[in-house]
Design a protein around this ligand. Sequence first.
Ligand code: HEC
Length: 76
Amino acid sequence: MGKWARSCALCHVTGEAGAPIAGDSAQWQRRLAQGEESILQRVLEGYNSMPPLGYCMSCEVKDFRAMVGFMAGINQ
Ligand code: HEC
């Protein structure tokens, strides 16, 4: 997941600024409870300290969907 390592990982490995940590499924379950469409919208548009597109300008929605699944511990 090279795109993930160059973008999302900057914050989602350490939990920078309150970012949910990759692999912490309890944190991710709480986030995913809002529904996939809503969570992907926040990735595209940004949400508090989460920047729009999460610094991955070349990512498409399918990439973001895979990245969220990866961080949540689904489809690894
Ligand atoms: C500059 C740091 C930073 C980067 C880079 C970043 N994030 Fe985040 N992300 C955050 C922070 C901080 C939050 C928590 C925002 C909040 O809940 O206030 C967050 C929250 C999220 C959430 C949960 C949103 C919600 O509705 O609860 C998702 C999904 C997410 N990030 C996906 C990604 C993806 C995918 C990438 C890479 C393409 C990425 N992030 C890159 C900082 C970052």
